[in-house]
Design a binder for this molecule. Structure first.
Ligand SMILES: Cc1cc2nc3c(=O)[nH]c(=O)nc-3n(C[C@H](O)[C@H](O)[C@H](O)COP(=O)(O)OP(=O)(O)OC[C@H]3O[C@@H](n4cnc5c(N)ncnc54)[C@H](O)[C@@H]3O)c2cc1C
Length: 475
């Protein structure tokens, strides 16, 4: 297909689609609601410091994608190694949880309880067949109730804001690596064994923050003749004979229309359906309203210290603390803070408009400084300045029936052959930036090859039944 292509959303998925189409000489326009490109992968600069929206890292199993990114970034791309820990009950545990670490650091009573409930869970899995519908079912049947109550339950409830019994087991199966009791045995017998397969350690990160990747990609798109319209919020689609003929967007409060031959949409799936005329979407309201996103607020603190810790991510599982993760941006790139200084970023999950989302930043800082002190990171006297950022569409909430609602919306789109929905928001999938980029590139290929009718392949590409983040070409 040749003609005018509109890409809705300028995050990793939308930009990758536009990048690929531009390379093949297509006439592409990206409409992006924000004031810069990058989506969840932007980096904000503030007085010589740089903060992502929650520290990102780039890893991928796709060699071709990694090579393309390396070529695009040149010497601006650094390689780094991840070290993550869990702060729990005044102790520091390895991330992901390891049986050996629990055994060495927990008291005898907790260890005995954890071991017993692990055994009960293992036997019950062996002898009792049960559908593991929820996150809670999945974890309790693999780790036992004690570890669930200690770590997985509180962390998950804080992250999603709903009980883990109401979250689909899909989220667990792709995120949680299993405990290996052989570790404990080998340790007790003082034997050495090969490091077990775990999350990828090596990763790529641009010098100036993850957003630099998409600033450069945006520049390349424009230099190949593509157009990027910022501050352009898509609000409607025009339809003729089951084809999208134009897209309406608001720019500086004024509605404008742009004609098109095809659309690649990466805006949220429910939002996209809402841009269709109401008479066509009758019956979809329930499915739209039941696909929700969890928001995240970030507290970014400039700190007058050279370093705070050696960790890339510190996970905070206990429900009494407001944040889920603490990060020191300098661990990803030394260019994230001026020489001799550092910074800290807290990820605070919430819902758009709730108490945390609307909390004045000074109160949020106060609350977080108390939490940090309690966690052994007393930085109150070293705070130079701070600011907050936030995202409304941080995580698609995998409720027990999200698949059914998502499928209904995919089915609704089937009859419109010249539109593809893709990306993290567009497919309502908990995917990382590399898969979002692969999806964008695949969507571009479907369009170029006139195989738009096979768009279901895009919705489900790189399915979620395997553990993600396990390996990458860097590790
Ligand atoms: C806290 C956090 C940490 C993460 N860490 C990592 C990590 O370390 N590594 C990793 O690979 N991934 C990470 N991710 C995931 C990664 O950010 C996403 O996979 C990636 O950004 C998805 O890209 P996308 O283009 O599909 O969606 P998005 O990045 O969400 O882009 C969608 C774009 O659409 C725009 N848009 C929305 N509505 C409209 C509209 N109506 N009109 C016009 N434009 C619109 C948005 O402004 C946005 O720019 C993390 C995510 C979060 C929340």
């Amino acid at each position: 297909m040749k003609g005018k292509v509109l890409v809705l959303g300028g995050g990793p998925c939308g930009l990758s689609a536009a990048w690929e189409l531009s390379k093949h000489g297509y006439n592409v326009t990206v409409l992006e609601k924000g004031s810069k490109v990058g989506g969840l992968c932007i980096t904000n600069e503030y007085n010589g410091y740089r903060f992502d929206l929650g520290g990102h890292r780039f890893i991928s199993k796709n060699r071709e994608l990694v090579e393309d990114v390396r070529t695009m970034m040149g010497s601006e791309l650094l390689t780094s190694s991840r070290k993550s820990v869990i702060l729990l009950k005044g102790k520091v545990f390895e991330y992901p949880l390891s049986a050996k670490d629990i055994f060495l650091k927990m008291d005898m009573w907790t260890n005995a309880k954890a071991f017993m409930s692990y055994l009960i869970a293992a036997f019950s899995r062996m002898f009792v067949r049960k559908r593991e519908v929820s996150f809670e079912d999945w974890i309790v049947r693999r780790f036992g109730r004690t570890l669930y109550n200690l770590f997985f339950g509180p962390y998950t409830e804080k992250l999603w804001g709903i009980s883990p019994g109401e979250i689909s087991s899909d989220w667990a199966s792709q995120r949680i690596s299993l405990l290996n009791l052989k570790d404990v045995l080998f340790h007790l017998l003082k034997l050495k064994r090969r490091t077990p397969r775990t999350y990828a350690k090596g990763y790529y990160y641009p010098k100036k923050g993850i957003g630099q990747m998409f600033d450069i990609m945006g520049g390349e798109i424009e230099s190949m003749g593509g157009r990027i319209v910022l501050n352009a919020e898509v609000v409607g689609v025009n339809i003729n004979n089951d084809a999208i003929t134009g897209v309406r967007y608001l720019k500086d409060g004024v509605e404008e229309t742009i004609d098109c031959d095809a659309v690649i949409s990466t805006i949220s799936l429910p939002d996209l359906i809402n841009t269709f005329p109401a008479h066509l979407t009758a019956g979809m309201e329930k499915h739209i309203s039941l696909l929700k996103f969890r928001a995240v607020r970030f507290l970014n603190i400039l700190v007058n210290l050279p370093d705070i810790s050696e960790n890339t991510w510190m996970y905070v599982s206990e429900g009494k603390y407001i944040m889920t993760r603490i990060q020191e941006p300098k661990r990803r790139s030394s260019f994230s803070a001026p020489e001799g200084k550092t910074s800290i970023m807290l990820e605070i999950p919430c819902n758009e408009g709730d108490e945390i989302w609307s909390c004045p930043k000074v109160d949020l800082l106060e609350r977080c400084l108390k939490d940090l002190k309690d966690l052994g990171l007393d930085i109150r006297d070293k705070v130079v300045d701070y600011f907050t950022t936030g995202v409304t569409h941080g995580y698609p909430v995998y409720t027990l029936d999200y698949v059914e609602h998502r499928q209904k919306l995919f089915q609704f789109l089937e009859r419109y052959e010249n539109i593809i929905t893709c990306g993290r928001q567009g497919t309502f999938r908990y995917i990382f930036m590399d898969i979002a980029m692969e999806m964008g590139i695949a969507a571009a290929h479907h369009l170029m090859l006139d195989t738009m009718s096979k768009k279901d392949a895009i919705h489900h590409m790189r399915s979620e039944d395997e553990l993600i983040e396990v390996s990458s070409v860097t590790s």
